[in-house]
Design a protein around this ligand. Structure first.
Ligand code: FAD
Length: 284
């Protein structure tokens, strides 16, 4: 399949990109890694009149670490994150999550910001942003704004980004050494999107769980925090009994959709199995 014809603009700076978005409105689309947009165009599911290529904007690539947070530039490739040397639990989580994103060629071209803007409910970077209450920076010709994860992901492939806004970075908290983290997923084939994915970040001190964060992907129209599991984990011993109770509770209150990849019941069972597995495997 080939895409419908389109015009092409290569932005040489962020102001050039936002000016082009302003000019083309709904008919203009940002081209980042092209790993989601181009397949959609090839199948004629998307027919933008103009592509605004931001691939050359080096300033939007890489990690900027502050005292207690890290900003990930929109053009940071999945592979950069798989190989990143960030120390501590957030570095562990970035590397573990990136390894689940597609195949090597996709990880080489696809970008963090493209994934967050695309908003697939099982995308690892959408889950991570939700898990850690990340903040999305959006810039338009009119100015800059921050959008919290809870307000950013609206439904499948739909975010709070306006058509004239460019996502420039996502800021996440640097997790302290007391955090234990893990990712667990089930996909039909290696490299496919997960049917269900689970991410956890919990503080553990003297064998007792403190703050507990649990995010589920593939069970709703966007990544969701499992408040049921988090409530059971907080303040309890980090034991098999606690982990089983949290996983059972998360599965019990989840109402996943059914599709060709699995029934609702199958996905609920995956939540139970994967969450228990993630909690048992949490590490620094
Ligand atoms: C076979 C296959 C398997 C895959 N498996 C996975 C997987 O397991 N997990 C996963 O997370 N992803 C997976 N992907 C998708 C991949 O991660 C993409 O790289 C990602 O979803 C989109 O990033 P991109 O840079 O390629 O964005 P593009 O395809 O260039 O853009 C995607 C959308 O986001 C918009 N956009 C991009 N960047 C910006 C920006 N900075 N500001 C505003 N809007 C922007 C575009 O206009 C477009 O609408 C898979 C893709 C394929 C083809």
């Amino acid at each position: 399949m080939k895409p419908a014809s389109f015009a092409y603009v290569r932005a040489e700076s962020v102001p050039e990109a936002t000016a082009a978005l302003d000019r083309f409105g709904e008919e203009g689309k940002i081209l980042a890694g092209g790993q989601s947009l181009l397949p959609l165009m090839n199948f004629r599911l998307a027919r933008p009149e103009t592509l605004i290529d931001i691939g050359g904007l080096r300033d939007l690539s890489g990690l900027r670490a502050g005292a207690d947070q890290v900003s990930i530039g929109a053009l940071t490739r999945h592979l950069d994150l798989e190989r990143c040397r960030l120390a501590g639990p957030l570095g562990t989580l970035l590397r573990a999550s990136a390894a689940h994103v597609g195949h090597l060629p996709i990880r080489t071209r696809g970008t963090f910001g493209g994934s967050v803007a695309h908003a697939d409910p099982t995308a690892e970077w959408c889950m991570l942003t939700t898990l850690l209450d990340g903040s999305v920076t959006a810039i338009s010709a009119a100015g800059e704004r921050q959008i919290l994860a809870q307000d950013f992901f609206e439904t499948v492939f739909t975010t709070a980004l306006r058509p004239d806004e460019l996502l420039t970075e996502v800021t996440l908290p640097l997790l302290g050494e007391e955090y234990r983290v893990a990712v667990a997923e089930f996909a039909r084939r290696a490299g496919d999107f997960a049917v269900v994915a689970v991410m956890v970040a919990c503080t553990v001190q003297d064998g007792v769980l403190g703050e507990a964060r649990v995010c589920l992907g593939g069970v709703a129209d966007r990544p969701v925090r499992s408040r049921a599991a988090e409530g059971i984990l907080a303040g309890q011993p980090a034991s098999a009994k606690t982990f089983t109770a949290a996983a059972d509770a998360a599965a019990a209150v989840t109402s996943p959709p059914a599709d060709i990849h699995g029934s609702a019941e199958y996905r609920r069972d995956l939540v139970r199995v994967l969450l228990r597995r993630a909690l048992e495997r949490m590490g620094p």
